[in-house]
Design a binder for this molecule. Structure first.
Ligand code: ADP
Length: 260
C-alpha cells in the first residue's frame, strides 16, 4: 500500500528511503530487472520519490533499461557519488561505472566492498522508495544487503516454468534467516494474449506460482504477461509503463506497486 504518512512522522533515516524493496529471483532471466524498473517508474509517475539501485554488479541492466549511460557526478563529500536520473527516478548501476562491454569479474569480498560503498555513499535525494535490483541466487550480495541496507521487504519474482523451486525456496529462506520480510510473489511471463484474437494462452502451464504462494502462505501480488513490447521498451531505454500507460500489463504493474 502507498504510505501517505506525513514526512514529519516518518522515521528519520537521514535522507534515506523509507521503504527499501529488494526485488529478487532464484535464477537470472526471469524478468527481475524489468519488473524492478517498471514498478519504480510506476510509483514515480504517481508522485512518489523513487530510487533504484542496481545491486546486480555482475549483470547490471538498469543503465540500458532506463536509457541513461552517463557517468555519475561526485557527491559533496569525499567518496560520495550522486545518483543519475531517468524517467522520474533516481538510479545508479554498475553499468554507469564500467565502460563498454567490460565484464565485471569480482570475487565475493570485492562484491561486498563495492556494494557496501554503493549503499553507504550514494547521496540520494529524499526517497519514499528505494528499489534494489538484487543479483539472482543466494551469493554474497544478499548478506551485504541485509547488513548494510536492510530491505523493508522482498518481492520474489518467478515464472510459471520455474524449474528450480528448490532455488526459490533457498533464496526466501536466506532472506527470512536475515529477518528480511517477504512481501510476496510476482509471476512474470505468466501468459500470452494473442495480438489478433485476444485469446489467453498459458504457454508454460498455469497455477504453479499460485500453488507455491498458497503453500508458503505469502501473497501472489500479480501475474505479468509475456508482452513483446516489454522487451522492446527495455531495449530502447524507455520503460514499458511510460509508453503504454493504458495497457492491461501496466494496470497489473500498478496494482502490484500499490501493495509495496
Ligand atoms: P533478470 O533481471 O531476471 O535477469 P530481465 O529483466 O533482464 O531478467 O529480463 C530478461 C529478458 O526477458 C529481457 O530481455 C526482458 O526484456 C525480457 N522480459 C522480461 N519480462 C518480460 C515480459 N513480461 N514479457 C516479455 N519479455 C520480458
Amino acid at each position: 500500500q502507498v504510505d501517505t504518512q506525513p514526512k514529519s512522522q516518518q522515521p528519520n533515516r537521514g535522507g534515506k528511503a523509507r521503504r527499501v524493496i529488494a526485488v529478487h529471483s532464484a535464477k537470472g532471466g526471469v524478468g527481475k530487472s524489468t519488473l524492478c524498473v517498471n514498478l519504480a517508474v510506476t510509483l514515480a509517475r504517481r508522485g512518489l520519490r523513487v530510487g533504484l539501485l542496481d545491486a546486480d554488479l555482475h549483470g547490471p541492466s538498469a543503465t540500458i533499461m532506463l536509457g541513461n549511460a552517463e557517468w555519475p557526478d561526485p557527491g559533496p563529500d569525499e567518496n560520495t557519488i550522486l545518483p543519475l536520473r531517468a524517467h522520474g527516478i533516481q538510479f545508479l548501476s554498475m553499468g554507469n561505472l564500467v565502460t563498454g562491454k567490460t565484464p565485471v569479474i569480482w570475487r565475493g569480498a570485492m562484491v561486498h566492498q563495492m556494494l557496501s560503498q554503493f549503499y553507504r555513499n550514494v547521496i540520494w535525494d529524499d526517497l519514499d522508495y528505494l528499489f534494489l535490483d538484487m543479483p539472482p541466487g543466494t551469493g554474497d550480495a544478499l548478506l551485504t544487503t541485509a547488513q548494510v541496507e536492510p530491505p523493508t521487504g522482498v518481492l520474489v519474482v518467478t515464472t510459471p516454468q520455474e524449474l528450480s523451486l528448490v532455488d526459490t525456496l533457498r533464496g526466501m529462506r536466506a532472506f527470512r534467516d536475515m529477518n528480511v520480510p517477504i512481501l510476496g510473489f510476482v509471476e512474470n511471463m505468466s501468459y500470452l494474449i494473442c495480438g489478433s484474437c485476444s485469446h489467453r494462452d498459458d504457454l508454460f502451464g498455469e497455477g504453479s506460482t499460485e500453488a507455491l504462494a498458497e503453500e508458503l502462505d505469502y501473497p501472489l501480488l500479480g501475474s505479468v504477461p509475456i508482452e513483446p513490447e516489454i522487451c522492446a521498451s527495455s531495449d530502447r531505454g524507455t520503460p514499458f509503463v511510460i509508453g503504454h500507460p493504458d495497457s492491461e500489463s501496466s494496470a497489473v504493474l500498478g496494482r502490484i506497486a500499490e501493495r509495496l
